[in-house]
Design a protein around this ligand. Structure first.
Ligand code: NAD
Ligand code: UDX
Length: 387
């Protein structure tokens, strides 16, 4: 049965240059493309751990062997980049430093990674008339307008003051010394550059604004498959605490709100963008799940319940503790108060909606985390401290 796009046209096989393919999102996107489509992927990254299961045909070649090749390169300085972009029909750029603990502590690396390093990718696509799908972030919206209303103002409940819409909402960041916003501001400027390349030079682009995509293979567990002092994003932080039987740390009391979407739902949206260029080109898309909103404290409480069910272990004596952002992240931290994606444009253009509830996505993700890490963590805990 030939695969057709949303307008009933047959989908022809594409060659996709995927930069950052070895990361969390990239690894899920590669899995989807290999298992469900005829497309070819040039996977570019400095690491391949998260996609090696797609690459090394142990003894018998994998069904898709030959359709995915790994190219170990750092886009900061590699002469092979332009040639790979020219070989492909479409470039997808996922490369970024995107863990908040780095934004206020490594602001220069963060700005270089999210703006400067993306410049040649945009240039090569534009000069060679190649389509670009660029990954930005929901963080470009920064804080809601409602965040500046008095705490008890009823307008805070008015969607006009918190719903984030691609073609209407402003980008609201903290002051310069709040270096947390180095990332979001770099992402905003690369969005503006891509939009200008589209307006002035006809670049065919799509910009994706992910709203907290979570699932297996997100970041790392500190001291197991990442640095002991590393601070990953909240899913991995809380998973690490649960695996070690430690209290989950709630930054500034965990009052910030987030909407979380299952990585597999989000990947469906990306595949629709890839295979429906006429509907995706020229658009910025929110990709999130407005039905899965919780405060960070509520996320912790749900993860504690789910982990206890998945692991069969008792909940710790002190399940959570409050910590200050200064203590947890250091100087210059600031936060988004609330992230509700408006879904009008993606519904209209791609007819896509998320499916998985927060409980269900946490159940499958924590099952993966427990199966993958519990033994290794027990060994690390059991090992007597170096005398
Ligand atoms: N996961 C989310 O919820 C989320 C939310 C908002 C935005 N995003 C954006 O989506 C993209 C992918 O995010 P992710 O969650 O998969 O993060 P990730 O850190 O798992 O993946 C990023 C990948 O890019 C690679 N990379 C970084 N710099 C590189 C360079 N100079 N050369 C080659 N490879 C390089 C890294 O090695 C890594 O494998 C990023 O642009 C991020 O800003 C993700
Ligand atoms: O242990 C922790 C970790 C995190 N947190 C809080 O949990 C919330 C989420 O923190 P995360 O590190 O997951 O990242 P954020 O949602 O703030 O930003 C992320 O969003 C989407 C992308 O742009 C990036 O991947 C990243 O910027 C924040 O309020 C943070 O302060 C805790 O309370 N405790």
């Amino acid at each position: 049965m030939a695969r057709v796009d949303l307008d009933g046209n047959p989908i022809k096989p594409l060659t996709i240059c995927m930069i950052g393919a070895g990361g969390f999102i990239g690894s899920h996107l590669c899995e989807k493309l290999m298992s469900e489509t005829p497309h070819t992927v040039l996977a570019l990254d400095v690491y391949s751990d998260k996609i090696k299961h797609l690459l090394d045909p142990a003894d018998s070649p994998l069904p898709w062997a030959g359709r995915i090749t790994f190219h170990r390169l750092n886009i900061k300085h590699d002469s092979r980049l332009e040639g790979l972009i020219k070989m492909a029909d479409l470039t997808i750029n996922l490369a970024a430093i995107c863990t908040p603990a780095d934004y206020n502590t490594r602001p220069l690396d963060t700005i270089y990674s999210n703006f400067i390093d993306a410049l040649p990718v945009v240039k090569y696509c534009s000069e060679n008339n190649k389509r670009l799908i660029h990954f930005s972030t929901c963080e470009v919206y920064g804080k809601t307008i409602g965040a500046f209303l008095p705490k008890d103002s009823p307008l805070r409940k008015d969607p006009a003051y918190y719903v984030l819409k691609e073609d209407e909402s402003p980008c609201i960041f903290g002051s310069i010394e709040k270096q947390r916003w180095s990332y979001a501001c770099a992402k905003q400027l690369i969005e503006r550059l891509i939009f200008a390349e589209g307006a002035e030079n006809g670049l065919e682009f799509t910009i994706v604004r992910p709203f907290n995509w979570i699932g297996p293979r997100m970041d790392f567990i500190p001291g197991i498959d990442g640095p002991s002092e590393g601070v990953p994003r909240v899913l991995a932080c809380f998973s690490n605490n649960l695996l070690r039987g430690e209290p989950l740390k709630l930054v500034d009391g965990g009052q910030s709100q987030r909407t979380f979407i299952y990585i597999k739902d989000a990947i469906e949206a990306v595949l629709l963008m890839i295979e429906n260029p006429a509907r995706a080109n020229g658009h910025i898309f929110n990709v999130g799940n407005p039905n899965n909103e919780v405060t960070v404290r509520q996320l912790a409480e749900i993860m504690i319940q789910v982990y206890s069910k998945v692991s069969g272990e008792q909940t710790a004596e002190t399940p959570t503790i409050d910590v200050s952002s200064k203590e947890f992240y250091g100087e210059g931290y600031d936060d988004s108060d609330k992230r509700i994606p408006d879904m009008t444009i993606i519904n209209k253009q791609l007819g896509w909606n998320p499916k998985t509830s927060l409980w269900d996505l946490l159940e499958s993700t924590l099952t993966y985390q427990h199966r993958t890490y519990a033994e290794a963590v027990k060994k690390v805990i059991a090992k007597p401290l170096a005398s």
